[in-house]
Design a protein around this ligand. Sequence first.
Ligand SMILES: NC(=O)c1ccc[n+]([C@@H]2O[C@H](COP(=O)([O-])OP(=O)(O)OC[C@H]3O[C@@H](n4cnc5c(N)ncnc54)[C@H](O)[C@@H]3O)[C@@H](O)[C@H]2O)c1
Length: 263
Amino acid sequence: MSGRVDGKVALVTGAGGGIGRASALALAREGAKICATDVDAARALETARRVQEHGGAAIALAHDVTREDAWREAVAATTRAFGRLDVLVNNAGVAGRVSLLDFSLEEWRRQLAVNLDGVFLGLREAVRAMQTGRDETLGSVINISSILGLVGSPGVAAYSASKGAVRLLSKSAALECAANGWRVRVNSVHPGYIETPMVLDNIAALPDEAARAARKSALLAAHPLGRLGRPEDIAAGVVYLASDESSFVTGAELVIDGGYTAK
Ligand SMILES: NC(=O)c1ccc[n+]([C@@H]2O[C@H](COP(=O)([O-])OP(=O)(O)OC[C@H]3O[C@@H](n4cnc5c(N)ncnc54)[C@H](O)[C@@H]3O)[C@@H](O)[C@H]2O)c1
């Protein structure tokens, strides 16, 4: 049986957990070779091991997405290992809920560095590597934004600023690639609240059980489908945007949020 991304090579950042790991595994299941990268090398290695365990091809790299030199090395290592790069999933991200009154410049810069600078550096490096193309299919850059790049929320000034910027960065890059005949599509993905450490650790850190229960039920109520998302829900969108099924899709925003932003 042929896979939906057979023969493609995908680099996934933040692949050591949550949405990144689920995306790497789903892409591998559909036939892609994987470069799993994460600032936490051991977790990236574990993702690569899981791909290999299921018969897929994968390498793992320690990779801090905020570092320009690390990006050059990550793309070079991928093409050394697999001969090409077809798909970049710019997934690595950090969050942090702080009142605007207490938001330090340091925390602002920390979130922007990973969520926005990291996406920019990866996008630029991938377009450089993919622009000439070697066959009729286009490369695909998939930037993981958020519903908080579409609508506001209290306490997430830096996070929503970074995710909103990723949305428009994706559209501008998509248009620039198209205008220049560079063989790359660029799209953003906007998950609702997903059951990953980013969300679950945040709930667990609340001071008492009543606060945790209240937060959980508020999150459930915000999603009309009545549940939080699973990493696999987002991975399914990533596979679609990576595959040639989406060959006419660029500059689009794929919202996967259980109806959160439909209200
Ligand atoms: N979980 C959600 O509800 C949700 C909702 C919308 C968008 N997102 C976005 O999805 C993406 C993945 O989130 P997740 O929920 O899987 O989070 P997660 O915390 O489970 O995983 C994030 C991964 O990124 C890695 N990482 C952090 N800083 C890095 C850096 N500087 N360089 C490389 N890797 C780094 C972490 O080690 C971790 O493995 C993020 O961009 C996040 O903002 C998540």
